[in-house]
Ligand binder design. Sequence first.
Ligand code: NAD
Ligand code: UDP
Length: 318
Amino acid sequence: MEELKGKKILVTGGAGFIGSHLCEKLLSFGAQIFCVDNLFTGSEENISSFLSNPNFRFIKHDIVDPLFVDEKIEQIYNLACPASPIHYQHNPVHTIKASTIGVINMLGLARKHNARILQASTSEVYGDPEVHPQTEEYRGNVNPIGPRACYDEGKRCAETLFFDYHRMHGVEIKIVRIFNTYGSRMAINDGRVVSNFILQALKNEPITIYGNGEQTRSFCYVSDLVDGLIKTMASDKEVAGPINLGNPHENSVKELAEKIIAMTGSKSELIYMDLPIDDPKQRCPDISKAGEVLSWKPQIALEDGLRYTIEYFKARVT
Ligand code: NAD
Ligand code: UDP
């Protein structure tokens, strides 16, 4: 493992779900964290346990505005972008700005500080994929004018910007394409499938299946994902990516609902609602590249990760 003690690392989106787990892990290695977040979907509660740590600094800031940091930053993890469909569609133009103007600002910061920068890209760059499982070579099937496009096309443009800064200015870049990740600190109102189903099950409310529930996703527990992010950042200079990070164990949405009902002992029934526009029918990462380049693969089985996540939400359901 790369020596992180004393390293100055900036994490945008650091008060969010994945970002707060990343900050926590980096702090445990003795890194100095600059957490930048506009608190749109993140929260101070997510970072409350490390606010008193002298190695942790919180900067409330929107990355769409230029950011100046006096101290010399060595690494930047760029996670700032709303991630759940209801949140990224809330103000689609701002979502695009985060992945374009915001990304240009962060790449400019990396260039100025001569810092290595990692972009949290997404499996959504593959859209509704016609290749299954998805390899990094697959160029995707994205509807550029649909309601998901602000996120998907924004993230695709961010990847383009990363490679252009790399080619034009020699910025050291890393791109990871994150597949559905879940765990504690997911926002209670983010509408994502794991948080929705667990909350509904714990309250014995109907489980809302969109479409017929045959669509698939592959769920990665957050600690596995964070290990993958840190390994990617520490990889050789030549490794720019993109690299898929996710758990290749694929489930239908209906199977997920049934599993959560069984694990919570819930009395919830399944109800079927309209499938959102452009909702991908299948999604599963091919993670051979992460295995070869990073020696990374997920360790936490879905049942275990769900058990931890159910415990987290239990404490939050009244
Ligand atoms: P999240 O919404 O919890 O985290 C995003 C964080 O970024 C929040 O704290 C939010 O307040 C902050 N943010 C949003 N826009 C910002 C802006 N303009 N300036 C500063 N801060 C801003 O979501 P997450 O699941 O933790 O996702 C983190 C990153 O990982 C995102 O970039 C997302 O696209 C990517 N990702 C996540 C998943 C997943 O399944 N969780 C999958 C693919 C990609
Ligand atoms: N989904 C569902 N019920 C819900 C929330 C989501 O059936 O209450 C479905 C959604 O239509 C999609 C899958 O679950 O097919 C994953 O949705 P999520 O919003 O978590 O992430 P996505 O992978 O679509 O970005």
